[in-house]
Write a protein that binds this ligand. Structure first.
Ligand SMILES: C[S@@+](CC[C@H](N)C(=O)[O-])C[C@H]1O[C@@H](n2cnc3c(N)ncnc32)[C@H](O)[C@@H]1O
Length: 470
């Protein structure tokens, strides 16, 4: 073990890891180890499904510095500010993410209307961006084998207002029989040995000693070949890891190309700090591997990553997007009455009632009977004894302009935090005595959740599990 001083903390790096890094980096090795002395970088990514970057910068309460290779990414001073403790975070206006980790979703060219799969999605760092790029169209299937981690994924997608989702928790191998050739775009942010995160998180070194590159390489080969089968001809796949080991990176791509020769590696939008992938660390030394990208922390302000963008066969037009059966359903009166306040068209054929719950489904889904899932579609709310209670997810999915009973509070109003803490609000100054019903509470124009107005008091309907504590 070599001791490296990292922000005054001693870092113990495994000898085997160091030797491999020396081979990989050659004369740059010293520069790489020197960066362990530098502070980690904190990043924030704007949710462009809710707010443009330009508008966010007008209201951002702290100084932000652009992440130069990410359009909607910014650095913030994480040693002094806590953006997770701000009402805008609760409005889903941004996601906090290490800057290099913003790269994979930014380099997969998702278009509105696409069918997108994120195979290893929890807690949603990439899925939230893929969902934002879909702008409420198409479908995002976000999967993670770990059902406990998938719960956090669901929360983050709901907070981001992403409604056209499936949140699944399955072995990718099982998904193949349901989704063969179905997806236009697939992201695999693979489970990996995490070498690129050693600086950010010292626990990763210990985890590496338990499960190193050869353990993960087998899993990655299996996931990437299963994902390959779920991609339509002409579809695109982005594979990423946060590790340096060739077994988990170039060699995984080499394996995919052997198993599925119809795949080709694509150039992705570049950045001066990116380093070309390294054919020399593979058996066949395929020069095309130079199109893959390595991110090294001594070359740019972010942690270590690897990315490869691939296309299955030749570019090919997308399959027709989901077709609605047009089957008309009679919706419960209490639901239609609530929806009369919402200025958006809902197709009755996409409404699904399961028990008391009402969902709005993405169009044209295949049957997923037998797959473990946490959510399919947007949970609109629940039918309860002749009334409809809208959900937290529905509130987050709405734009303020789409609902006709609004309580829009400025961020400095103390009722914003009170609302987020679950308190009843006195809103006498904002509504007349005769007004009543479901109100959408917003901060500076961005929804936070619902409340029910009675006698100028707002009963709090913010989801208890999401409350602001502290
Ligand atoms: C690098 S993390 C994903 C991080 C996530 N993409 C993000 O940006 O927030 C890898 C994830 O893969 C999941 N995982 C591990 N083995 C898996 C498998 N065989 N299939 C699907 N997911 C798996 C883990 O539970 C973990 O959440």
């Amino acid at each position: 073990m070599e001791n490296l001083l990292c922000k005054g903390v001693t870092m113990n790096l495994p000898k085997e890891f160091e030797e491999k890094m020396k081979t990989l980096l050659g004369s740059e090795y010293e520069e790489y180890t020197a960066c362990y002395d530098e502070p980690r970088h904190y990043g924030l990514r704007v949710n462009t499904a809710k707010i443009s970057v330009e508008d966010f910068l007008k209201i951002a309460p702290w100084p932000l510095e652009p992440v130069p290779w990410i359009e909607n990414g910014f650095y913030y001073d994480g040693d002094h500010i806590q953006p997770s403790k701000h009402p805008y975070y609760f409005a889903g206006l941004y996601y906090l993410q290490e800057p290099s980790a913003m790269t994979p979703a930014s380099r997969l060219p998702v278009e509105p209307g696409d069918r997108v799969l994120d195979v290893c999605a929890a807690p949603g760092g990439k899925a939230t961006e893929l969902g934002a790029k879909l702008q409420g169209t198409g479908v995002l299937a976000a999967n993670d084998l770990s059902s406990s981690r998938a719960k956090g994924l669901l929360k983050n997608l709901e907070l981001f207002g992403i409604g056209n989702v499936l949140v699944l928790s399955e072995e990718p191998g099982k998904l193949v029989s349901y989704f063969e050739g179905y997806f236009d775009k697939i992201l695999i942010d693979a489970p990996c040995s995490g070498e690129g995160m050693f600086r950010k998180d010292k626990k990763m070194v210990k985890a590496w000693e338990e499960h190193g590159p050869s353990f993960f390489s087998k899993i990655q080969k299996s996931i990437i070949t299963q994902a390959a089968q779920m991609l339509r001809p002409g579809g695109m796949l982005l594979y990423s890891t946060c590790t340096f080991s060739p077994e988990e990176n170039e060699q995984t791509i080499e394996y995919l190309l052997q198993e599925y020769p119809e795949f080709q590696i694509c150039e992705m939008e570049g950045y001066e700090g990116f380093v070309n992938g390294m054919p020399q660390v593979t058996e066949n030394r395929n020069d095309e591997l130079k199109k893959t990208v390595r991110i090294f922390p001594h070359r740019m302000k972010g942690e270590g990553h690897f990315l490869a963008l691939l296309q299955k066969g030749e570019a090919h037009p997308a399959l027709p997007s989901g077709i609605d059966t047009g089957k008309q359903k009679r919706l419960p009166e209490e639901l239609t009455s609530f929806l009369s306040h919402v200025h958006r068209e809902f197709l009755p054929s996409r409404m699904e009632l399961r028990g008391d719950k009402v969902y709005y489904m993405p169009a044209g889904l295949p049957s997923i009977r037998g797959i473990r899932f946490l959510r399919t579609g947007l949970l609109l709310g629940e039918l309860k004894k002749n009334r409809f209670e809208p959900s937290q997810a529905f509130a987050m999915n709405l734009k303020m302009e789409e609902y006709d009973q609004i309580l829009n509070l400025p961020v400095g109003d103390e009722r914003v935090i009170k609302y987020l803490k679950g308190d009843t609000l006195d809103v006498e100054d904002l509504v007349s005595p005769k007004e009543k019903g479901w109100y959408l509470v917003c901060v500076d124009g961005y929804p936070l959740g619902f409340g029910k107005l009675v006698d100028q008091m707002l009963k709090n309907k913010y989801l208890p599990g999401w409350r602001w504590n502290g």
